[in-house]
Design a binder for this molecule. Structure first.
Ligand SMILES: Nc1ncnc2c1ncn2[C@@H]1O[C@H](COP(=O)(O)OP(=O)(O)OP(=O)(O)O)[C@@H](O)[C@H]1O
Length: 472
């Protein structure tokens, strides 16, 4: 900050925080101690202060191994370097402890005035390290002016920042573009997700070592789309003509629609939000050709299976199955999504630009490609349908105190269909929903559940069925 404030004098061009547009540029009119007055480019006068910054690395009395301690101290040093680099503080306080946790909080209070870059190229810079001031308004301004010119990608060193275009830009990702980046040196061409895939691929082939690409961002930022582009590029450069019907790269790419059908849902922020984490591993042989792949998934959002709120949706596969060809809908005794409790808690059933009937067939084809047999596919959709029927079970008070029974004929019908689809004994299923087993060292006690308890047990079964299916 000291350095930065020294550069700001009366007449300097600066960025100042603005409640509506985040940061607005302006001219420094007056500096009086820690107070300043600025005329912004929209003609307003604002007063602000150079607030001191404090960074506290909060410590706990947690004894940690020397290895972790070294890690923490390294992070702390990196943080100081970073803060130093952005030159945006005039007071810096760092509290470290020999016994602090490797997870710590950093509390900052940022100054509200930053110097504005003056000799700035019209279209912005393609690498943020070329900026004289690497502060928040400078970074956002650079990304904004590039975005206005349809330049979605910007480097910060060898990190790629992608801004979601929210529109289809096929020319950016077509085969011609892939060929352009194939073999190109990093930095020779405009920033692009293919350049990152290319450098990872080349270093793996040349260095003979595994390489990882980390894709991160908030919900709706474009992680899933970016990962698909990376996979497509790697399949393109590592692909080869196979002798068998489906190639490994086809299988790698076709795993995406299957995973999305079962692990993605519409949320408030994203119509196709992944409700799980994933680790994709693509294996190559010594000649750089794809030889195999593995996808590991983590932490599926289980609660969504039985609880959704407007305007969100449940997992796509439920709606796809309800939109399947009539003979399949009949086979699974399904119907309109509005008739299922797990779907009708929200008023959102259809997505703009999405055809569930078409996507159902596409998912089936993708399942064929990745090698899921017809028998297995049938079993998968039987489980999906059984969850919808299970959700329609309702319970009423039983004759015995604190006991429950199925509420009506409709519930009996859904229980029977659930048992048929899961190929299990009807009475055993009913018993497992209406009673709880308690195992003590001496005996096993069977206790009745009241209607609320039975509903809870119905939802637990639905969540477990779905998450086991997803894990499979
Ligand atoms: N490169 C891109 N080109 C065109 N559209 C894109 C691109 N990246 C993202 N989108 C659009 O933004 C939407 C959200 O992107 P995506 O699903 O990849 O986000 P996400 O970061 O994976 O979100 P979540 O964490 O919720 O799963 C996509 O459905 C797509 O419409």
């Amino acid at each position: 900050m000291q350095a930065a404030t020294e550069k700001i004098t009366v007449g300097s061009q600066v960025w100042v925080a603005d409640p509506s547009v985040a940061w607005i540029d302006g001219e420094m009119l007056k500096i009086d101690g820690t107070e300043a007055e600025i005329r912004t480019s929209d003609g307003k006068k604002v007063s602000c202060s150079y607030a001191p910054i404090s960074i506290f690395i909060l410590s706990t009395n947690f004894t940690i191994s020397s290895e972790k301690k070294a890690g923490c101290q390294l992070c702390a040093c990196k943080l100081i370097e970073f803060m130093d680099a952005i030159q945006s503080f005039n007071q810096f306080q760092l509290l470290t402890s020999l016994t602090f946790r490797h997870i710590y909080n950093v509390v900052t209070k940022l100054s509200k005035v930053y110097p504005k870059e003056m000799d700035y190229p019209d279209g912005g810079v393609d690498d943020m390290t070329k900026l004289s001031y690497l502060h928040e308004p400078g970074v956002l301004h650079n990304l904004a002016i590039r975005y206005e010119r349809d330049k979605l990608y910007t480097y910060t060193g060898n990190i790629l920042i992608a801004v979601n275009p929210f529109q289809s830009l096929p020319h950016l990702y077509d085969a011609h573009m892939m060929e352009k980046y194939k073999g190109a040196e990093f930095g020779d061409l405009s920033p692009h997700v293919f350049a990152i895939a290319e450098i990872a691929f080349r270093e793996m082939v040349n260095g003979g070592k595994s390489n990882s690409i980390l894709v991160s961002g908030e919900s709706g930022a474009g992680k899933t789309e970016t990962t698909k582009m990376l996979m497509r590029y790697l399949a393109h450069v590592g692909g080869h003509k196979g002798t068998e019907g489906r190639t490994v790269e086809q299988q790698v790419l076709e795993s995406n629609p299957v995973l999305e059908a079962f692990g993605n849902a519409k949320t408030v922020r994203n119509n196709n939000s992944s409700r799980f984490g994933k680790f994709v591993e693509i294996q190559f042989d010594k000649r750089g050709r794809i030889s195999g792949a593995a996808i590991r998934t983590y932490l599926l959002e289980r609660s969504r299976v039985c609880q959704i709120s407007d305007p969100e949706r449940n997992y796509h596969c439920f709606y796809l199955l309800c939109a399947a060809p009539p003979e399949e809908v009949k086979k699974y005794k399904l119907g309109d999504p509005t008739s299922f409790h797990y779907l009708n808690q929200s008023n959102c059933y259809e997505l703009v630009g999405v055809n569930d009937a078409h996507d159902y067939l596409a998912t089936r084809r993708a399942m064929d490609t990745i090698g899921i047999s017809q028998k297995e596919q049938d079993a998968i959709f039987r489980v999906v349908a059984s969850i919808l029927h299970l959700g329609n079970l309702e319970f009423a008070k039983g004759e015995e105190i604190d006991s429950a029974i199925l509420k009506d004929e409709k519930s009996k019908f859904h229980l029977q269909v659930t048992a048929e689809l899961l190929m299990c004994d009807l009475h055993a299923l009913e018993d497992s929903l209406l009673k709880r087993l308690m195992v003590t060292p001496e005996e096993v006690i069977k206790r009745s559940l009241d209607p609320q308890g039975a509903t809870f047990s119905r939802d637990s079964l639905a969540k477990t069925l779905y998450s086991r299916l997803f894990d499979w």
